[in-house]
Each structure stands twice: as structure tokens, then as C-alpha cells.
Design a protein around this ligand. Structure first.
Ligand code: GRF
Length: 204
């Protein structure tokens, strides 16, 4: 019997290389899902172009354009429901998700972070800030983390990690590139495991 494909929304703010990895994972059958909606906090995010090129519907979510934050988050949730979204994957989304969305999708929202959480997470820990902190601490390894999303930045349950060695002479850029390569392999596989119920979380 053919497996039903999970309906996934991806939220991003930037280049969208992880969006691309998820799209490619769906095509390759690594991820039993389909990306049906891409939401960006920024109008000019290149991830929006990637989505459009793949024929995926896009939306720019700017809460300040609504009369109140409550109306913004209510509209976002309504739109997610209208599209029958089952899972949300954050892929470089730099805003906190509205709490009504987190509550409605409890244990069905994942994020990928470019360091080994619980270290190097929290507000302000994104992009090069993360890799600079890892190098400044003199760590010998780093690597991506996929985790569930709750109301606090980077604090949800850790689902999967990959360790990446730190090499002599590494710069934030060289380390970021090595970690990103692993993110692209890890993210579709970890989301697939969540969808298949292999992490034993209550995602009903
Ligand atoms: C990645 O490093 C990811 O870990 C972090 O934001 C970055 C997004 O990169 N959450 P991209 O837009 O997917 O290329």
C-alpha cells in the first residue's frame, strides 16, 4: 500500500539550502512528505525563489502588517489549517513562532540548529555568532542538532545530532560550511523519523 505523504510547511528567513535539502529528500524518497507551503519572515529571502522554482506556494509573514499580534498569529494558524499542514520545519527562521501555532502543532514542529545543543543555543545564537562562539570556546567538535520546537528558543527535545570535527585553522565560515553539509543530510532523515513515529513522542 502506498504511504500517505505528510504535508509539511517550511519556515525560513534566508537562503533556504535546508529547504532545498528537504525538497530533494522528498524527491529521493528519504522523507515521506511533501513541502506544500513555504513561509518567510523576509520578502527577499532566496528561499522564496527556491520554493517558487519548485512550484511550491509561498507566503511572507509580517506580523506588523496586521492590526494586532493576535490577529497575525490567528491568521497564520488559519492558513496552516486551510492547507492541512501536519508538520512544520523551521529552516533558518529567525523569528519566534507564535505560541498559538506552537500549541496547535505540539511535537510536530522541528528546527535545525548549527551547533550541538544544549550548548550555543538561545536568543541571538544564529548564523556566524554560533560558530564564532564554538571556536572561541576552543571546542574540538561541533555539528548540527535537530530538535522539537517549544515556546523557548532552541530548548525543545533533541531528536538527532551529528558530530563534526573542528580543524586547525578553522574560521567561522569554514566551520559553518562543514556543519551545513551535514545539516542537509541530517534534516530530511530526522524529520522522516519523526513522521514515522520513531522518536516516541506524542504527535497526535
Ligand atoms: C542553518 O545553518 C541552520 O542551522 C540555521 O539557519 C541556517 C539556515 O541556512 N537554523 P539555510 O537558509 O537553510 O541555507
Amino acid at each position: 500500500m502506498e504511504q500517505q505523504l505528510a504535508r509539511i510547511a517550511v519556515f525560513l528567513s534566508g537562503g533556504g539550502s535546508n529547504l532545498q535539502a528537504l525538497i530533494d529528500g522528498c524527491k529521493a524518497g528519504i522523507l515521506a512528505g511533501q513541502i506544500v507551503w513555504v513561509v518567510s519572515s523576509k520578502t527577499k529571502a532566496y528561499g522564496l525563489t527556491r520554493a517558487t522554482d519548485e512550484g511550491i506556494e509561498t507566503f511572507v509573514f509580517k506580523p506588523k502588517k496586521y492590526p494586532s499580534p493576535e490577529e497575525a498569529s490567528a491568521d497564520l494558524l488559519t492558513q496552516l489549517k486551510q492547507r492541512q499542514i501536519e508538520y512544520i520545519a523551521l529552516a533558518g527562521y529567525l523569528k519566534l513562532l507564535p505560541s498559538n501555532v506552537v500549541a496547535a502543532f505540539r511535537n510536530r514542529i522541528v528546527n535545525i540548529h548549527p551547533a550541538l545543543l544544549p550548548r550555543y543555543g538561545g536568543k541571538g545564537m544564529f548564523g556566524h555568532h554560533v560558530h564564532e562562539a564554538v571556536l572561541a570556546a576552543g571546542d574540538i567538535e561541533s555539528g548540527p542538532t535537530v530538535h522539537l520546537v517549544n515556546e523557548i528558543y532552541d530548548e525543545g527535545r533533541i531528536l538527532a545530532q551529528v558530530r563534526v570535527p573542528i580543524l586547525d585553522g578553522d574560521t567561522p565560515d569554514s566551520l559553518a560550511a562543514r556543519v551545513l553539509e551535514q545539516e542537509h543530510k541530517l534534516y530530511p532523515r530526522a524529520l522522516n523519523k519523526l513522521i514515522r513515529g520513531e522518536y516516541e513522542v506524542n504527535n497526535g
